[in-house]
Every structure is written in structure tokens, then in C-alpha cells.
Design a protein around this ligand. Structure first.
Ligand code: NAP
Length: 520
């Protein structure tokens, strides 16, 4: 069976101890073994610091952007192979796999394009200069420079290639070398994506290293010039924060954790037109089933004015009845399995817990067999819709992220204030989507819900035909959210690059400050 390799210190490392098997979630066949034993993690960090960092920082933003363009072309050029590996290790359908793999290629290409908007060498100017005294004798300007350490990227299992690509795009463009660690369960496809890039020889040595398996004592070696970008559960984020070097040396630490996102069907007489209503139903059905609901941005709570609950429930059930769950090797399948046995177990326990205070409207809350897979095999879990009778009598709905094709209908009184109050019960969300053609209603809701969410997606008639769906994290816009989401922020054009840079306030005579700015 294939043993996944790590790429460290300029060579491929294949462990022969501590190997952990990974499985095809549609068939439960073992497909690969993973371990990082034998890696000298201190040396990995030094290699990034001493080889990758200086090489990247000797390039301009535009030159680093050209590297990203090459990476994007490599992923796009090997799309079919990567899609096949994604199906094997993640159980993704063609479109779900493409969401991950094309998403990575697209994000790298976007940042390659963005790099052309900077003529600078290594420093980035931010905002306008400001006069600080009576005359221009004292002037100030914000500037950013890349940290001189390494960017350690720890990714979740659900986006093995996009997670690698979106983080690497920002760090490499800033001028920081990357040490990337995919989640073990789906490392098969991430390993191949990195291997293709390394073997093409497009990146300076030391600027991209890969760890398949545990990060060992890597984090204990981190210093103040390093950056950690972590995506995964809040529990793991807490464990990482408690590593002594992380809390004492204070490397920048970005956390993308979980979220109980809400979709809100607008209130008010005639406030939601037919096209907007259809968009709402389409988006919610996609959010429940895309990647078997294993997306941090998936809709978990569906807020509907109480007097329209029955109608919306019937429409969603009719949509879910058409979903075929099974082995994505069969092209008629719409939704694949959950990624691991543990994820299946957590989804079963999660629905059981939600059903203490909610009614199961559709689904069983149990494992199901999957079309095209042997009976009793595969981590299949059919789409599941629940409903509660009121938001406050079902606290689990606002606290428990069931990471599968599971969402709950929550009635509300149709007012923006009540919708915002219910959204905020989750203590911070990555995305809130609202569907209304009443601008005043949407304005009031945005003002109230804004502080507790990272992104607001306003579905209305004007966007119905081209809407990307609320679950798509786009490179142009910030991705992240407050509170339980981890408080992090990735992507968003140059904002995502600045995660890897130190902001300084430069003060001096205007002519001196401006001359220094020109030469950065
Ligand atoms: P997880 O169990 O927390 O694992 C995340 C990553 O952390 C994996 O690569 C894992 O490696 C690694 N890890 C675990 N313990 C570690 C340790 N002590 N030191 C270093 N690394 C460690 O999360 P998951 O199950 O993969 O992902 C699901 C969660 O991620 C969900 O809650 C979801 O909402 C969240 N998520 C959030 C976003 C976002 O952008 N906000 C995106 C996607 C997913 P191993 O696999 O080797 O254990």
C-alpha cells in the first residue's frame, strides 16, 4: 500500500514507523499509510528560514506572483488525476472534488493576477500618508514587510487542496516560505498536489515543504517571526495555543474553526419575490448536500418566518427527496459519504443530540447504505433536516456543529432584530445569508447581525441567476469570523497577504518618508 511521503529539507522522506492507515470512505478499503516519524522538525524550520525565506524575499511581488501562476497551471493541468484521488480519499463527487481542486487553482491564479498591482519589491504601502505636526516636517505612513520566519499551515480534512492552495498563495506572495500539513485522513490528494509542484521545480528550494502525518515538535521550535495558520476544530486550536513556544514567542496565529451559519428567509408581506425564494431554496439545498455538508461555511440553521415554516419545510423535503447518496464512482450519485468513520460517528451522535429538542423532518439520523457500494460498507449518511419549535427551546441548535448534511429549520417572527438575535446565539459565524427584496429590512438586519458574522450574503432577485451560493469562500473577499469561528481572517485580496507581514508606522520628514517608501 502507498506510504505518503513528506517533502522536507530538500528531499522526500518516507517513514517506516508509526504508520496510520487511511481509507476510501465509500468502500472502507485502506488506501494509504501516513507517518512523519524520523523527521527532524527543527531542521525543517531552519531550512525554511535559511533557504526558502531569503530566496522568496529576493523576488518582487510580481515575480512571486508568477510562481503562483505556475502552481495554478500545474494543478489545473493535473486536474483529472487529482479529482480521482479526491474521490478515493474524500468520497467526493466530480463537482465536490472540483470545488476543492479548481478552487485551489483559481485562488492561486487570482493572487498571481493581484501581484501585478504592486510595483514594490518587498514592502507594501498601506493607506495615505498623514501629517503629524503643524507642517510636513513630521509625516507618517504605514508600511508592511514580510516576516522573516516560516508560515506553518495546518489544514482540515475537508478541503485538502484548496486549504493548501489558498494559504500558500497568500504566504508565498508575501515572501514567506510554507510548511504545509494536510489532515491525515485526506492527505492522499494533498500529497500529490504538492509533489506535482515540487517535481516541476517552479519554486525556489525551501519555499514549500510538506509534512504528512503529525507535526511532531515543530511548533515547539517556532519563534516570533513565524506564522501559524490553522483550520480545524476549536478544540485542536486550543491545544495548539497552549504549546509553550506558541504562547511565549507569540508567532502570529490565525484560526479558522467551526461555525453554525444561518440562512434567513426574509420577513414582511411580499418581501421575498419568486426568484429570491427559488434562490433561497436552491442555495439551502446545495449547502446541505454539497461535500456531504462537510464545509465550514455550510448552512446549519435555516431561519424562516413562523407563518411560512410549513411551506418551506415541504419545498426543502421535496428537494432532498431527489438526492442520491452513494459511491461517487457512479455518475448518477449526487452526494458522497462522510470522510471518515469518526466523522460518521460524530454526525450520528450530533443528530441524536439535536433530536432531543428538535423534530427530524427528513432523514433517519443513522448510517445508510450508499448506491454503488457494498451493503454495510461506507460512511454514508443521508441528508437530514430537523425543525425546532422555537429558537430558545433548542440550545444545541446554536452550539453543536454537526459536520455532515444536516440543517435545522428555526422559526422566527420575521423581524430583523429577532433574526439577528437568533444568529448571534451561536457566538460568531463565518457567513450569514439573507434572502429578501426589501432593502430596508436587509439594511436593518445587516446592521444588527454584522458584528457577529464574517460575511453577509444578500440573496435578491438581481443576483438570482449568477449567485455563487453562500458557501463559496472567494479569494477577493475575507474568509473568517468572530468568536467560535476562531477570530481569524484569510483571503480578501491583499488583506490575506498581510497576515504574513508586520505593519510598521514609519515617521519622519515628509520628503524622507516618501523617498524611503519609493525604494521599498
Ligand atoms: P481537526 O481534527 O481539528 O484537525 C485539523 C488539523 O489539525 C489536521 O491537520 C490535524 O491533523 C491537525 N492536528 C490535530 N491535532 C494536532 C496537534 N496536536 N498538533 C498539530 N496539528 C494537529 O479538524 P478536522 O476534523 O480536520 O476539521 C473539521 C473542523 O474544521 C470542523 O469543525 C470545521 O468547521 C472546521 N473547518 C473550518 C474551516 C474554516 O475556514 N473556518 C474550514 C474547514 C473546516 P491530523 O489529521 O493528522 O490529526
Amino acid at each position: 500500500m502507498k506510504i505518503l511521503k513528506s517533502y522536507v529539507n530538500g528531499k522526500w522522506h518516507r517513514a517506516d514507523q508509526g504508520l496510520v492507515p487511511t481509507f476510501n470512505p465509500s468502500t472502507e478499503e485502506a488506501i494509504a499509510q501516513v507517518s512523519s516519524s524520523g523527521i527532524d522538525f527543527g531542521a525543517v524550520l531552519r531550512h525554511a528560514h535559511q533557504a526558502g525565506g531569503p530566496a522568496l524575499r529576493s523576488l518582487t511581488f510580481a515575480e512571486r506572483g508568477a510562481l503562483l501562476k505556475d502552481m495554478s497551471k500545474i494543478l489545473r493541468g493535473n486536474r483529472e488525476e487529482l479529482l480521482d484521488l479526491s474521490r478515493q480519499c474524500s468520497g467526493t463527487t466530480l463537482s465536490d472534488g472540483a470545488f476543492d481542486i479548481d478552487g485551489a487553482g483559481g485562488t492561486l491564479a487570482y493572487y498571481a493576477h493581484l501581484s501585478k498591482s504592486s510595483t514594490s519589491n518587498t514592502g507594501l504601502l498601506e493607506g495615505e500618508g498623514v501629517q503629524l505636526a503643524r507642517t510636513e516636517a513630521v509625516w507618517g505612513q504605514h508600511l508592511l514587510f514580510p516576516f522573516q520566519g516560516a508560515a506553518v499551515h495546518i489544514n482540515a480534512f475537508n478541503f485538502p487542496v484548496w486549504g493548501f492552495g489558498e494559504k500558500a498563495a497568500c504566504a508565498l506572495l508575501a515572501g514567506m516560505p510554507v510548511i504545509t500539513k494536510p489532515a491525515t485522513a485526506t492527505a492522499l490528494v494533498a500529497e500529490r498536489a504538492v509533489e506535482l509542484i515540487i517535481e516541476a521545480g517552479v519554486l525556489p528550494e525551501g519555499s514549500l515543504q510538506l509534512i504528512c502525518g503529525s507535526t511532531g515538535n515543530l511548533l515547539e521550535h517556532l519563534g516570533p517571526q513565524d506564522v501559524i495558520a490553522f483550520t480545524g476544530s476549536a478544540d485542536t486550536a486550543m491545544t495548539l495555543r497552549s504549546v509553550v513556544a506558541v504562547s511565549s514567542a507569540n508567532p502570529r496565529f490565525n484560526v479558522e474553526a467551526d461555525s453554525l451559519n444561518a440562512a434567513i428567509f426574509g420577513g414582511g408581506e411580499g418581501a421575498v419575490g419568486d426568484q429570491t425564494r427559488d434562490l433561497f431554496l436552491r442555495d439551502v439545498l446545495r449547502e446541505i448536500t454539497q461535500k456531504a455538508g462537510q464545509k465550514c461555511t455550510a448552512v446549519r440553521r435555516i431561519l424562516v418566518p413562523a407563518d411560512q415554516m410549513d411551506e418551506v419545510e415541504r419545498a426543502l423535503v421535496a428537494g432532498l427527496e431527489t438526492v442520491l447518496t452513494g459511491n461517487p464512482i457512479d455518475p448518477s450519485v449526487h452526494m458522497g459519504p462522510l470522510a471518515t468513520a469518526d466523522q460518521l460517528d460524530a454526525a450520528i451522535r450530533g443528530v441524536d443530540s439535536l433530536s432531543q429538542s428538535c423534530r427530524i423532518v427528513y432523514g433517519t439520523g443513522k448510517r445508510s447504505d450508499g448506491l454503488g457500494s457494498p451493503v454495510g460498507k461506507g460512511y454514508f449518511f443521508a441528508p437530514t433536516l430537523l425543525a425546532c419549535s422555537d429558537a430558545d427551546s433548542a440550545p444545541e441548535v446554536h452550539h453543536r456543529e454537526v459536520f455532515g448534511p444536516v440543517a435545522t429549520l428555526v422559526p422566527y417572527d420575521g423581524t430583523p432584530a429577532e433574526a439577528a438575535r437568533i444568529v448571534s446565539l451561536a457566538g460568531g459565524t463565518l457567513v450569514t445569508s439573507l434572502y429578501s427584496d426589501d432593502l430596508d429590512w436587509s439594511r436593518q438586519l445587516i446592521q444588527s447581525v454584522g458584528p457577529s458574522t464574517g460575511r453577509i450574503y444578500v440573496g435578491s432577485e438581481g443576483m438570482a441567476n449568477e449567485a455563487p451560493g453562500s458557501g463559496a469562500a472567494l479569494p477577493q473577499l475575507m474568509h473568517g469570523g468572530p468568536g467560535r469561528c476562531g477570530g481569524g481572517a484569510e483571503l480578501g485580496g491583499w488583506r490575506g497577504v498581510k497576515l504574513y507581514m508586520q505593519r510598521i508606522a514609519l515617521q519622519g520628514h515628509r520628503s524622507v518618508v516618501e523617498a524611503l517608501n519609493e525604494s521599498t
